[in-house]
Design a protein around this ligand. Sequence first.
Ligand code: PRT
Ligand code: ZN
Length: 283
Amino acid sequence: MLRIAIQAKGRLNEDCVALFNDAGITASGSHRKLMAHADGFPIDFLYLRDDDIPQAVSMGVADLGIVGQNEVAEKEELVDEIMPLGFGKCRISLAVPKNCDYTGLEWFNGKRIATSYPVILAKYLKEHNISADIHTIAGSVEVAPAVGMADAIFDIVSSGGTLVQNGLTEIEKVFYSEAVLIANKSLDAEKRADIDKLKFRFDSINQSRGMKYVLMNLPKERIEQAVALLPGMKSPTLLPLADEGWYSMHVVIAQDELWDKIEQLKQLGAEDILVLALENLIR
Ligand code: PRT
Ligand code: ZN
């Protein structure tokens, strides 16, 4: 039986629960509890604060965890990073007050920088030979310059809206992060095998994200051109229609090229184009 630590509440919780649901695994019982059993897989959920997840996994309190790469890097706990999960994307950036005389990284020499990520920041400053004063604060980092606690901040940015609201400008994107599946380094073979099964399910979900299943009818003489247009996974599936001279073509297309391809296929004479969501892609 595996035990996985996930965020009890916060930005990563919903996406974690959705990922497990897509993988056919649901937690039984209330989220308010510290632990829950799962249906659909031999796994228990342990609900923690994200800050505590790297340590819980490195100590073996949990075999697995889902947490931002930012927390993994900051806490410096020894864990295996199994796979990125494609959600919780953000960056940690240096930001300065909008109207300050910022000239380049040397500006930070002798300045006070407020952050909740002192370890990542200290590494970055050392690499760039900057000597600044790091003020570690737990929350509301973005207000530190306005209240005179710091000259600049080093904080998580996603849309950038919070910086703008606080009169700050992002000047260096230092660390890119997303949610990641982490594991304890000394698990036995049985647990490793279960993790491989879980990873297989997550991989198939990740691969199907952003993909669409497209069906269309095509005149026979246009098939060669259509196939050339669509590399597909191997090659598209073709089924003859009752109406001779026409085929039904089935193909998987990435969302970002969907409309381009559909326009080209229409020009080739494709009709009755159906676009369907793809739930899983198992290779
Ligand atoms: O209670 P607990 O300790 O578990 O949660 P928490 O409050 O420490 O973390 P939480 O839930 O805020 O974030 C969990 C994880 O989500 C982070 O460690 C990141 O890996 C990831 N993540 C992704 C983010 C953001 N996007 C994000 N935008 N974490 C925080 N923010 C905050 C940021 O701190 C800033 O205040 O959102 C604001 C900036 O957002 P924009 O969109 O205005 O730029
Ligand atoms: Zn936290």
